[in-house]
Design a protein around this ligand. Structure first.
Ligand SMILES: NC(=O)C1=CN([C@@H]2O[C@H](COP(=O)(O)OP(=O)(O)OC[C@H]3O[C@@H](n4cnc5c(N)ncnc54)[C@H](O)[C@@H]3O)[C@@H](O)[C@H]2O)C=CC1
Ligand SMILES: CC(C)c1ccc(C(=O)O)c(O)c1O
Length: 249
């Protein structure tokens, strides 16, 4: 039997990068998928590749920056599949500005997309998971939520918030067999970091003990482990750190 056979999973930000890799890994693992993204074209490509692996996939085009959009994936899963087992809060954005130049709009958008959406989607999923006494919530944070990042106060604050939210929710619901954890990657080659210059990225890669950025297929298996039994059963409120050795908490 495959590790996530017939589990009903929602993955946000599944149209690209880490979210797409998690979608492929979950498809291989036998899950039924609700894939969410605001980019319908990219989402359709990822969804079709998952269908090629013989599993049921529902596409949900939504912007998690709004309350309705953050709830949409969970609602689609419950409506179509009768419930939800796994929620992967992965959708995220990255902009850069020094704190003095950061506008209120940039701050608010970052907090809405990278933090508030995690709360809203989790809150929507929880009644179903508590009722069935089984659930897994996996939040994609960032090592910058631990170490901070210049020009990234808003991003680092949102991701630190995700880590604190994860620990606190884990304390509330683990006795009901709803396990909440997060993954805090270091730099990973995805479109998210495409805007950063090659020179900067080369210098950053040299600093890393591993000497290179991560690849999405090196992060996705962690989301499979956390959702699977028995391998994921003892992780409660943890932050897993696939970061090329950049942060050793
Ligand atoms: N790439 C990296 O170096 C790292 C990424 N992360 C986190 O991993 C997660 C995924 O990032 P990547 O795969 O790198 O980025 P990506 O840019 O490749 O993919 C992000 C996906 O999320 C979607 N998305 C963004 N905002 C959305 C919104 N408001 N509503 C719905 N969908 C939205 C995008 O359309 C895109 O398909 C993010 O939470 C990011 O903060 C964490 C650490 C390092
Ligand atoms: C700016 C660099 C490439 C970068 C971007 C994002 C993250 C993260 O989200 O964790 C990093 O750790 C980075 O070093």
């Amino acid at each position: 039997m495959k590790p996530l056979q017939n589990r009903r999973a929602v993955i946000t930000g599944a149209g690209s990068g880490i979210g797409a890799a998690i979608a492929y890994a979950y498809a291989e693992a036998g899950a039924k998928l609700v894939l969410c993204d605001r980019d319908s074209d990219r989402l359709a490509i990822v969804a079709n590749h998952c269908r090629d692996r013989g599993i049921l996939v529902i596409e949900c085009v939504a912007d998690v920056g709004s309350r309705e959009g953050a709830q949409a994936g969970v609602d689609a899963c419950v409506d179509a599949l009768g419930g939800i087992d796994i929620l992967v809060n992965n959708a995220g954005m990255l902009t850069q500005a020094s704190c003095v130049d950061l506008t209120q709009e940039m701050w608010d958008e970052m907090l809405r997309v990278d933090l508030t959406s995690v709360f809203v989607a989790s809150q929507r999923a929880l009644p179903h998971m508590l009722e069935q006494q089984w659930g897994r919530i996996i939040n994609i944070a960032s090592q910058l939520g631990i170490k901070g990042g210049a020009q990234l106060t808003h991003y680092a604050a949102a991701k630190a918030g995700v880590i604190g939210f994860t620990k606190s929710l884990a304390l509330e619901v683990s006795k009901d067999n709803v396990l909440v954890n997060c993954v805090a990657p270091g730099p990973v080659e995805t479109p998210l970091v495409e805007g950063i210059s090659q020179e900067w990225k080369a210098a950053k890669a040299k600093e890393l003990p591993l000497g290179r950025f991560g690849k999405v297929e090196e992060v996705a298996p962690i989301a499979v482990l956390l959702a699977s039994e028995p391998g994921g059963n003892l992780f409660v409120g943890q932050t897993l750190n696939p970061n090329s050795g950049d942060v050793m908490p």
